[in-house]
Ligand binder design. Structure first.
Ligand code: ATP
Length: 361
């Protein structure tokens, strides 16, 4: 059987308002989301994540472009006809109904027979581990439990796709971590395609099969968490996902996928680069944990330590380089080992092989 994407967005644009007030919330987005995938839309506030989700759900319609579900163009299909369900940020549960009644609500609306509703509700209660609380009112359960009910209610009609709009943002840190694991389990047990919206890069990295990074209505990069972290497509992605150092330089020699770069801050670095030309001005990106402290002249770059911050799992060193550039270096803390570096000391920075990359601005 040919592998038909679960959701296929083809050059989708959504413009709100007219003339001077027109806002392109989503601009020319093409995405093929696979069956059974945990797919995340990640980006800062206002980048168009919710609009994209609402277009997939059918609460909004594209100004331009097409949306396919399996291999069917869902064009003007209303939301209730799409085999898609949404879990909203505020859960939108019915406070006067019990846990079980909330879970069965959608099935009742679909006109399913009572015997089927009862069986499905009990299956869902088991799936989200809420069997003992089935008769409680929504006002009598905790925020985390309400989240489970919202998930069970959305999963009960067995949608092909579940849309989740920042579903964990109302939970405290510990509960949020627990629900992240719970969501992954639910996705793999049900085999349903999950499309998850978040502005939290750590959440996206730890939960997703693939991530689409968005900015100003556009998708800048799609890839696995590792691809996006290790090989960010441009400066925005490198800056938004994790921490990055950006160093300016000029290419002194280039081959197919490598470049020797003389840094403005002083020193020379070998970097991964596709199609760089000799004498080209470039920006190099380097993660703080991909470099080590060394003696002066023992690394590729020299600098002076301006700050040292202990973070428990690791220590961050701020290093002033030549020409006003700065570098953050992160070193993992080891039991019984105390580094001897001091603020004001001259140091060298040793870059891990393959860590530096030339990046598009
Ligand atoms: P957040 O994380 O803050 O929810 P988001 O990434 O989900 O943001 P959207 O809600 O999709 O972003 O909004 C994208 C852009 O479209 C924003 O500039 C927003 O102001 C605008 N927008 C969204 N809905 C409408 C609307 N109904 N009318 C006019 N402009 C809108």
């Amino acid at each position: 059987m040919k592998d038909v994407p679960s959701i296929d967005l083809r050059a989708v644009t959504k413009i709100f308002g007219h003339a001077e007030q027109a806002v392109a919330a989503v601009e020319n987005v093409s995405l093929a989301i696979r069956n059974n995938e945990f797919f995340t839309l990640l980006g800062p506030s206002g980048c168009g994540k919710t609009t994209l989700l609402r277009l997939i759900a059918g609460f909004e319609f594209p100004t331009k472009g097409e949306i396919f579900l399996a291999d069917k163009n869902v064009g003007a299909m209303p939301p209730f006809k799409r085999p898609i369900n949404t879990v909203f940020q505020n859960y939108a549960l019915f406070p006067h109904l019990s846990v079980a009644e909330n879970i069965g609500f959608g099935l009742k609306m679909l006109g399913k027979p009572q015997s089927e509703i009862t069986a499905r509700v009990s299956e869902m209660l088991k799936l989200v581990r809420m069997e003992e609380l089935s008769k409680r009112q929504i006002s009598q359960i905790s925020g985390g439990q309400q989240q489970r009910v919202a998930l069970a209610r959305a999963l009960a009609p067995r949608p092909q796709v579940l849309l989740l709009d920042e579903p964990l943002s109302a939970l405290d840190f510990k509960l949020r971590k627990e629900m992240q694991i719970e969501l992954k389990r639910l996705q793999s047990e049900t085999g349903i395609t999950f499309i998850f919206v978040t502005h939290d890069q750590e959440e996206a990295l730890t939960m997703s099969d693939r991530i689409a990074v968005m900015s100003q209505g556009r998708v800048l990069q799609v890839g696995s968490p590792r691809e996006i972290y290790d090989a960010p497509a441009n400066r925005f992605v490198a800056d938004f996902i994790g921490e990055s150092n950006f160093l300016q330089g000029r290419v002194t020699a280039a081959s197919d996928n490598r470049a020797e770069v003389a840094l403005v801050a002083g020193g020379n670095v070998t970097a991964t680069a596709l199609g760089a030309r000799k004498d080209q001005n470039v920006t190099i990106v380097l993660r703080p944990e991909h470099a080590r402290l060394a003696n002066t002249n023992a690394g590729q770059i020299n600098g002076k330590i301006t700050d040292i911050v202990y973070f428990g799992t690791d220590t961050h060193f701020q290093i002033a380089l030549g020409h006003g550039e700065n570098f953050t270096l992160r070193q993992q803390n080891k039991p019984g080992f105390q580094h001897s570096h001091k603020i004001g000391a001259d140091v060298g920075i040793l870059i891990e092989p393959g860590a530096a990359r030339v990046i598009a601005d």
